[in-house]
Design a protein around this ligand. Structure first.
Ligand SMILES: Nc1ncnc2c1ncn2[C@@H]1O[C@H](COP(=O)(O)OP(=O)(O)OP(=O)(O)O)[C@@H](O)[C@H]1O
Length: 252
């Protein structure tokens, strides 16, 4: 459907055991739009991402991804974990990591074809690392590794992209490359969800924000939703810290 939301959260609740880790989460993301999930450590950002991926069952409500259940839509969804979740000692080249993004499309048993290799090479170009395909993944900097993981997601040609703290510990060059690649994906019509602590980057990458801390403290355009009152409520009154021209929520 033309106007179908890429993501629809309807009264979502998720529990690990008897207690709810998230409750009453609502919101919609349209194709070509990005939403930042903002909240302190332990707020439930990763939990929501896992639920959208269909990796956690819902205790309440419903998640609709591209008109389907999360499990049925999984092929159209790409996930970028934090770079430090992939063992840098693992002997794999940058090109091989990016090519892994194609496997959900081609199946694990078929060998990648020229078109798959071309898509992987394009994705690596898009994050500004076209010349690193043969390098060992573990020899890159943290920021470059994060860009490689984004290239892997781009190679999957997702209609919904989920990123968990993509800017953590990333240098300025990588930050710009990540922002540019996210903007390009949105232009192609992909919807994007970014869990982040960095309000300034959330503002740059996303038109919408979702303020979370077990429950929802706001969902809407960044400009009107990121008010000091709502941020204080979300962070339980903890201090907001300024670093350079950045607002970084430091004491969560
Ligand atoms: N596997 C699990 N079993 C039980 N509780 C869990 C599990 N994973 C997360 N939790 C709890 O659920 C809550 C939300 O955690 P989650 O990791 O989603 O937060 P987050 O916002 O992503 O935090 P961070 O910014 O630290 O990554 C926390 O209280 C956490 O302790």
């Amino acid at each position: 459907m033309e106007n179908e939301p890429a993501l629809d959260l309807d009264e979502v609740g998720v529990a690990y055991g008897p207690a709810l880790a998230l409750e009453n989460i609502n919101g919609m993301v349209a194709p070509g739009e990005a939403v930042a999930l903002i909240g302190p450590n332990g707020a439930g950002k990763s939990t929501l991402i896992k639920a959208i991926l269909g990796l956690l069952p819902l205790a309440e409500g419903r998640i609709t991804v591209l008109g389907h259940t999360p499990a049925a839509a999984r092929r159209e969804v790409a996930y970028v974990p934090q770079a430090d979740t992939l063992d840098p000692e693992f002997p794999i080249s940058v090109g091989q990591v990016v090519l892994m993004g194609r496997y959900r499309r081609i199946g694990w048993l078929r060998r990648p074809r020229a078109a798959d290799r071309a898509a992987a090479a394009r994705a690596l170009e898009q994050v500004g690392l076209g010349d690193r395909a043969k390098h060992r993944f573990g020899t890159l900097s943290g920021g470059q590794r994060q860009r490689v993981l984004l290239a892997r997601a781009i190679a999957a040609e997702p209609r919904l992209l989920l990123l968990d703290e993509p800017f953590n510990g990333v240098d300025a060059v990588s930050e710009q490359a990540l922002l540019a690649a996210i903007a390009a994906l949105k232009k192609e019509g992909a919807a994007v969800v970014v869990a982040t602590h960095d309000l300034a980057l959330a503002h740059l990458a996303c038109e919408e924000v979702c303020l979370l801390n077990r429950r929802q403290y706001g969902f809407g355009p960044a400009g009107t939703t990121l008010t000091p009152e709502r941020l204080r409520a979300t962070y339980g009154g903890h201090a907001l810290e300024l670093r350079g021209d950045r607002v970084i929520v430091a004491h969560s």
